[in-house]
Design a protein around this ligand. Structure first.
Ligand code: SF4
Length: 468
């Protein structure tokens, strides 16, 4: 079965699940409203977004220099830098670090980059138990599920499902009270934090100027993960850099507003190296694993701007397609509009080539994006780059259309014919036969009895000397 067919089946299945659609719609719409309100509180949100876009674009245009600076600064502060050209290398490096330190229990703060490289499975194979500490990710993990949103991993679940999972897996009393559920998860995770050997995080931003890494969380689990274990490993996509510490506030003002509508994330953690002499907390070792995994090829090509993404998730919330099918229908670590770009690009067009078609090109994603990525433009470009996913009939139809519209006489003849077919007794046959699937959710429009050009010719053409 073709990839497109499989994708269409997943979409149909998601749309048939009314509980899923209701949960995703309600959560995304409330985030869209919260984002609007939060950005409205800024003096000039557009100017701030322009600054963020310019900083990220400048960073990308000088990426090799900034990477070098970042590496030098991390080392100067006592951190160790590793380079991972691909997912397998990242898993191997982190697995080796765990093995050489005898680590058996790792805690992990939410990290889409670690999802991208399938780190949990790789570490489990090497005998390391990995426990997710972000509440949403924790629930995904104990439910043996997958995240369906890059920021809100359980957006597809309602309160009842979360309560049922926690009662079944943790053996706690059934409750749907979010406060109670959070307390239960906290008590469970505290014990794990006490016993863990290794802390693994992604990063939200990495500062080239100082070699610092910046983590944003709402639950404080990022701080526990980076301070309690002896060893902290940060997995960093090479595009996560910002040039200077002074650039951070621009992004900090935007990211939480774009994500959840908060003015700031609850915990902003800035880490510059491992624990130093005289410091009371922090890990003994800090390892930064710089991940490429297809990014440098994106960087070198026509889609560089896509790497500006700060993974805020606003484009997912704004997207009418995501809202109606949820994240699992994309069958990709990165769903939604940005996932429809990143998935095929990171895989050199080997995976997710049908995803750029999961868009009406309404532009809501671009309007929501804090770093102003022209997502619709790149979706269209990717559609052209992977034409093989277009059904043959559609490709032939488009070629026929091009031939007809490029010849006025043929075009007029086609218009005449179409009017007679669609307005005449063939209309019912068309609606029930060749256009049946298309017509499931649409009305077949009736063409006007005369075209605009015919009306123009009849009424004004003679007086004004020709057609428009
Ligand atoms: S593309 Fe823009 S809106 Fe979407 S996740 Fe990335 S930064 Fe956020």
């Amino acid at each position: 079965m073709s990839e497109l067919k499989v994708f269409q089946q997943r979409i149909a299945a998601a749309q048939a699940d009314r509980r899923l659609v209701t949960a995703v719609k309600s959560a995304t719409l409330s985030k869209v409203v919260a984002r609007e309100v939060a950005l409205g509180e800024l003096h000039d949100a557009t100017a701030l977004r322009q600054s963020a876009a310019a900083i990220k674009q400048h960073l990308l245009d000088h990426l090799p220099e900034y990477l070098e600076q970042f590496v030098t600064q991390v080392r100067a502060r006592g951190g160790v830098v590793h380079f991972a050209p691909d997912a397998a290398a990242a898993c191997r490096i982190i697995g080796d670090l765990a093995a050489t330190r005898g680590a058996k229990l790792a805690v992990k703060a939410k990290s889409m980059t670690s999802e991208e490289v399938h780190l949990n499975a790789a570490l489990t194979e090497r005998g390391v138990e990995v426990v997710e500490t972000d509440l949403g990710e924790f629930i995904v993990q104990i439910a043996h599920d997958r995240p369906s949103h890059i920021v809100t991993p359980i957006i597809h679940k309602d309160r009842r499902q979360v309560a049922t999972t926690m009662a079944q897996v943790l053996g706690c009393p059934y409750t749907e009270d979010p406060g109670e559920l959070t307390k239960i998860a906290r008590a469970h995770l505290r014990d794990i934090f006490r016993r863990c050997d290794l802390g693994i995080t992604g990063v939200n931003f990495a500062v080239a100027e100082t070699g610092s890494i910046c983590l944003l969380t709402n639950e404080g689990n990022g701080r526990m993960t980076t301070t309690r274990p002896r060893v902290h490993i940060a997995l960093v996509g090479i595009e996560k850099l910002v040039p200077r510490l002074a650039d951070l506030p621009v992004f900090l003002k935007l990211i939480a507003r774009s994500t959840t509508g908060q003015a700031m994330g609850i915990y902003t953690t800035l880490i510059s190296g491992p624990r130093q002499a005289g410091e009371r907390d922090g890990p003994e070792e800090l390892h930064v694993v710089l991940l490429d995994n297809g990014r440098s090829d994106i960087w070198a090509g026509a889609f560089r701007e896509v790497l500006r993404c700060i993974r805020c998730g606003a484009c997912l919330n704004a997207c009418p397609v995501f809202r109606n099918v949820g994240g699992h229908a994309y069958h990709s670590v990165y769903p939604g509009p940005i996932g429809s770009l990143v998935t095929p690009l990171l895989s050199h067009l080997r995976e997710g080539t049908g995803l750029p078609r999961a868009s009406s090109l309404c532009g809501a994603c671009q309007v929501a994006c804090p770093v102003m990525i022209d997502i619709p433009k790149y979706l269209v470009q990717l559609r052209a780059a992977a034409p093989g996913v277009q059904p043959l009939a559609k490709r032939l139809g488009l070629r026929g259309w091009r031939a007809v519209v490029s010849q006025p006489a043929l075009y007029r003849a086609a218009q005449w014919m179409l009017r007679r077919v669609v307005r005449g007794r063939w209309r019912d046959w068309l609606a029930r036969g060749p256009l049946a699937a298309w017509g499931q959710r649409r009305e077949l429009p009736t063409p006007a009895p005369r075209t605009f050009t015919e009306i123009w010719d009849a009424q004004l053409g003679g007086q004004r000397g020709g057609r428009p």
